[in-house]
Design a protein around this ligand. Sequence first.
Ligand SMILES: [Zn+2]
Length: 390
Amino acid sequence: MARSFNDPGQHFDPKGQRCGRERSPSAPRYDHYTIAWICALYIEMAAARAILDEIHEVRPKGFEDTNSYVLGNIKGHNIVIACLPVGQYGTNNAATVATNLKRTFPGIHIGLMVGIGGGVPSKADIRLGDVVVGTKVVQFDLGKIMGDGKFERTAIPKTPDQLLGTTIAKLRSKHEYEPSRALSILQQSLITRPDSEYNQPSTPDQLFQATYEHRSQLPNCNDCDQSRLISRGERVPKTITIHYGAIASGNQVMRHGTTRDNIARELDTICFEMEAAGLMNVLPFLPIRGICDYSDSHKTKEWQKYAAATAAAYARELIEELPMAEDQKSACSASSVWTPSSTPEDKLFNSFHNSGGGVMNVNTGSGTQNNNNGGGNQFSGAIHTLHLAR
Ligand SMILES: [Zn+2]
């Protein structure tokens, strides 16, 4: 069986996970985590986990921090993944999660909000499964009601920080002559195994005219008027298209075609979502949104998992472009020093690293490690010993 990224369930000995009361020598110190990766939905967190190179043990944290974390690593960058509480979304909940995270992990200096969003097809040729990268965030529902009853928006647009901005520019320059690697990253990840719900769904990607409303009693669009569909050409070649532009963020779910287009025209936005505006008040987060619907009344959940996966794949591509600071390098090096032990309680386990674009073989037995740092199939042996907590 060939895989490119680590299987979180097989990454370290399950006993090591259960006995995580002591710090594992494999786990970096909390101040050595530099990237915050926030999700709003558990399906987004699942997609995030699936593309990590490594998953680290989570050690105890303060009671005041109510987040539940997944910790891991991509290409030497230590990453903290946190998800909003089940059933809760919006800018305020996102800000709370980010605030807790930043307090527990003081080394965080970059934030990514990775998940699904609704596209604005009147502003760009956006298709379901495409990714929108928010180079600007505008809170569309912040404002005041004026004397004439009109709503005046008062939010000030926010932009990601300098490092994220320059990294995006670098990646975009690369995409000027070669396609995004998001699709190949996705295809090599565990989450797109043959029977996975995170693969591209068979439900057709249909865009209806903005003025044509879905009848609420219909469970899907099978009986919607097909003559009101907007004709769009096929995407050739098949790939994940990345769009860069402003994102409208707010606490209201957008599911109305003409309102979508009016706000998008006013604010020059190409996507709607519900968390980035809250996060930007805590840290300069970059929203990365896989498009799962068109922010209109025809929206369904059919494309959500695939869109969550495409967003995660692009996020990985971007992280791979991030420069690593000297202190990160030393932290990464220190964290990879394993404590040998011969006591009975110690377990031998396998550690898998795949920092290249090639195929990786996963071995669930003991003693062999497969590293793939290049573009091909490479196997090199090394044995690490995890000193379990007692
Ligand atoms: Zn419909």
